[in-house]
Write a protein that binds this ligand. Structure first.
Ligand code: GLV
Ligand code: GLV
Length: 320
């Protein structure tokens, strides 16, 4: 099989494919390939390993001559026109599970960083402004005893709930479907309609995939329901939140702060966002640990090997 990899990934999976006799074409450049360049290199590949920023749209998918599988190096696959792939009988796979804990960690890192003003305080010390302990220096917000509202209670949302319990927080959640009672009990989690969650939460953490239904799920109206002391963090997909509306709420002090790992028009920021002190901005690094990115690499390879050996790939995103 010929495998095209649109951007270099950790070695493990590449080695596994080479060991099984695959011909692997890894794009090793620093700058991203254009869609046209990718289409050209993918045209005669049997398998393609794609990145979450690659626009694998209908045109791209119909330009593939031999592909049997598109293995996305991510859990989210909103970058791929899954319907078009399905029409053409091309499998689409993702990397669920292996990045759950790393992503939940980054959500919590953002919650703590915003609540306790870690980045601002670090900057202050570096700038030589720390002249001694002061009773009102860098006051932030407690996590203990507060309510966290988890929007999207799948694998990652539940991993955030586990952390929240450890921090002594009360967990409320919203999900497309209410969770079975035993799972709710496990997290002492209370199901709430989304508007209610927006009103009662001190911290709101987003963990839904991006779909037609979740686009701007957190819109201007819902942002206006938040407490003035509330903090929102998004480690899922930017377009789930109306970023302009969130920016305005942050700028006008209508909410306390926000943590971003993802952006509505990634990698562009809403102009002015970078000037606000009450935000922490990360470059989409939710799954960026050595361990997790190796596991993701292994997982894309295993899915391709499944197809090579005549099996349905283990992480197929649609039902057949
Ligand atoms: C990261 O955002 C992913 O979807 O894996
Ligand atoms: C803080 O450093 C304290 O001792 O209260």
């Amino acid at each position: 099989m010929k495998v095209f990899v649109t951007y270099d990934i950790p070695d493990k999976g590449i080695k596994m494919l080479l060991e099984r006799g695959c011909e692997v074409d890894v794009y090793k450049g620093e700058e991203f390939l254009t869609k046209e360049e990718m289409m050209e290199r993918a045209a005669d590949a049997d398998a393609i390993i794609t990145q979450l920023r690659d626009p694998i749209d209908r045109e791209f998918i119909y330009s593939l001559k031999k592909a049997k599988i598109i293995a996305n190096y991510a859990v989210g696959y909103n970058n791929i026109d899954v319907g078009a792939a399905r029409e053409r009988g091309i499998y689409v796979t993702n990397t669920p599970g292996v990045l759950t804990e790393a992503t939940a960690d980054i959500a919590f890192a953002l919650i703590l960083a915003v609540a306790r003003r870690i980045v601002e305080a670090d900057r202050f010390v570096r700038e030589g402004k720390f002249v001694g302990w002061k009773p009102k220096l860098f006051l932030g917000y407690d996590l203990f005893g507060k309510t966290i509202g988890i929007v999207g209670m799948g694998r990652i949302g539940q991993a955030v709930a586990r952390r929240a319990l450890g921090f002594g927080m009360r967990v409320v959640y919203h999900n497309r479907r209410r969770l079975p009672e035993d799972i709710e009990h496990q997290y002492h989690a209370t199901y709430l309609p989304l508007d209610e969650l927006m009103k009662v939460s001190d911290f709101i953490s987003i963990h839904t995939p991006l779909t037609k239904e979740t686009y701007h799920l957190i819109d201007r109206e819902r942002i206006s329901l938040m407490k003035p002391t509330a903090i929102l963090v998004n480690t899922a997909r930017g377009p789930v939140v109306d970023e302009q509306a969130l920016y305005e709420a942050l700028k006008e002090g209508k909410i306390a702060g926000a943590g971003f790992d993802v952006y509505e028009n990634e990698p562009e920021l809403t102009p002015g966002l970078e000037k606000l002190d009450n935000v922490v901005l990360l470059p989409h690094i939710g799954s960026a640990t050595y361990e997790t990115r190796e596991r993701m690499s292994e997982m894309v390879a295993l899915n391709i090997i499944d197809v090579m050996e005549g099996r349905i790939p283990r992480n197929l995103v649609y039902e057949i």
